[in-house]
Design a protein around this ligand. Structure first.
Ligand code: GLP
Length: 233
């Protein structure tokens, strides 16, 4: 892992943006995207460029089960609002959490991933070390599946909903093995709330108890931190 530490989230975002732009300029075809608050500034920077992405396909990590793609809390909605409506991507894929048969949706999504191998995967992490919605204990062999969200993840994400009861209990998520098959991974983590998970990811042995620690096994993973997220290293 290549760990880069910056004074502030803004400086860290700038470094991530430079990497993404460099890859876009040198033939990146498929980009894996994440949601959450961490990559918001990165997406803002990207949508303010006039980069031609008409040859680029995007695949997102996850989506809540039960939310329509038009629901303002859905990750489909987030991606449309933050990026897709501004940029001319060849194709954009986000799991659909509102389908009748979510298991079938996982299979369909895994086929999409097979046809579109990810060149660069943008990743965030949960305060418990989750990546996508792969909670602690998820098998490293997992492919796209339905995840039960832990109480702590629902708590961490409730800030996006009016009431805690509205936070879905399940999500469709790329599995850890699907995430790991990206040629390059760019993980961003900012703030004190991520410091403990960042320490486990980098300084502890690889364990399914900290899903992000699997990045130690990836041959091309860049970890971009602000100084608060790096404070326990
Ligand atoms: C959610 C998403 C993750 C994301 C995490 C962190 O749980 N499923 O993909 O990395 O939130 O969110 P934030 O960036 O808001 O801290």
């Amino acid at each position: 892992m290549n760990v880069l530490i910056f004074e502030s989230p803004d400086e860290a975002t700038k470094a991530a943006f430079d990497i993404v732009m460099q890859r876009l300029e040198t033939g990146l075809q498929t980009m894996g995207l994440a949601t959450g608050s961490t990559p918001l500034k990165l997406y803002e920077k990207l949508r303010n460029t006039d980069t031609d992405v008409s040859h680029v396909t995007t695949v997102n990590l996850d989506e809540y089960v039960g939310l329509e793609p038009t629901d303002p809390q859905s990750y489909n909605y987030y991606m449309n609002e933050e990026l897709f409506k501004y940029m001319n991507f060849a194709a954009t894929y986000v799991p659909n959490g509102a389908v009748e048969d979510p298991e079938k949706e996982c299979e369909r999504y895994e086929e999409i991933l097979k046809k579109n191998p990810v060149d660069l995967q943008i990743l965030g992490m949960g305060p418990n070390g989750h990546i996508g919605f792969n909670e602690p204990g998820t098998s490293f062999d997992s492919v796209t599946h339905i995840a039960e969200l832990t109480a702590s993840t629902r708590e961490a994400n409730k800030r996006f909903f009016e009431k805690e009861e509205q936070v879905p209990t399940k999500a469709i998520t790329m599995g850890i093995s699907s995430i790991l098959s990206a040629k390059e991974v760019l993980m961003l983590a900012f703030g004190e709330s991520k410091a403990e998970a960042v320490r486990s990811m980098i300084d502890e042995p690889v364990t399914e108890g900290c899903p992000a620690s699997v990045l130690q096994n990836h041959s091309n993973a860049v970890i971009i931190l602000d100084k608060e997220a790096a404070s326990k290293l």
